[in-house]
Ligand binder design. Structure first.
Ligand code: PGA
Length: 252
């Protein structure tokens, strides 16, 4: 069985002093939980400080990363820069970036590849809109997101460094979570797509996280499902005490 993986996505929340204190508090509260992996995906301006905030078992991740290692890309940060700051990886193609920043499956593919090439983890986010789900396009959307988004992946390191987050867009920040069955079915389908795209060995070791209104009340049910290996948590990750309790509950 894969180790459970719980990732907090702080999005554009907190000031530097709050980030520093909350990261420290969360690290202390989860320090004894040794059977799962935990990470915080923080705003770029906090990464330099959080990357040095050891010792902590909690990994620090970015929320986005450019595909080139350097160049004329104003406002962007590279995987090389992240690595130097002791940042362990990044989210890629979160649906908010797909919707608001023009992220496509192809640009996501380049970002995933750049991260893996630098030995960093990529948490590649996929998921359908409500309209796509209601018009029966779920499988088609997921197929394209996985096939194109992972088309540049170097298979030699994908088993260790790639994570998928299934986040139905309609469930993010809305309080409407997907039913455990619906989520589990989508995860099972993604696992098949991973096998087709990257081979069965990689497919069986990549963790697939569920995201979208995960909270203390529902995390246990999700994590009991056969194809759900962890959670990507937005709103419920902001309070360190509450998030640590959520992490604790995910292990039951
Ligand atoms: P949410 O966000 O938990 O607030 O729905 C999840 C995410 O966007 O990663």
């Amino acid at each position: 069985m894969k180790r459970k993986y719980i990732v907090g996505n702080w999005k554009m929340h907190k000031t530097l002093s709050e980030a520093r204190n909350d990261f420290k508090h969360f690290s202390e509260l989860t320090n004894s939980l040794s059977t799962a992996d935990f990470a915080i995906s923080a705003p770029a301006v906090f990464l330099s400080e959080l990357g040095r905030a050891g010792p902590s078992k909690v990994k620090v991740l970015a929320q986005n990363c450019h595909w080139d290692s350097k160049g004329a890309f104003t406002g962007e940060i590279s995987a090389l820069m992240l690595r130097e700051l002791n940042i362990k990886g990044s989210l890629v193609a979160h649906s908010e970036r797909r919707q608001m920043n023009g992220e496509t499956n192809l640009s996501a593919a380049k970002r995933v590849s750049a991260l893996l090439t630098q030995g960093l983890e990529a948490i590649y986010c996929v998921g359908e809109t409500l309209e796509e789900r209601e018009s029966g396009k779920l499988k088609d959307v997921l197929s394209k997101q996985i096939e194109i988004g992972l088309s540049l992946v170097d298979r030699t390191c994908a088993a260790q460094l790639l994570t998928i987050a299934y986040e139905p867009v309609w469930a993010i920040g809305t309080g409407k979570s997907a039913s455990v069955n619906d989520a589990n079915e989508a995860h099972s389908f993604i696992r098949l797509l991973l096998a087709e795209t990257l081979g069965t060995s990689i497919s069986s070791s990549v963790r697939i996280l569920y995201g979208g209104s995960v909270n203390k009340q529902n995390v246990g049910e999700y994590l009991k499902a056969s194809h759900i290996d962890g959670a990507l948590v937005g709103g419920a990750s902001l309070d360190p005490q509450g998030f640590a309790e959520l992490c604790q509950l995910s292990l039951k």
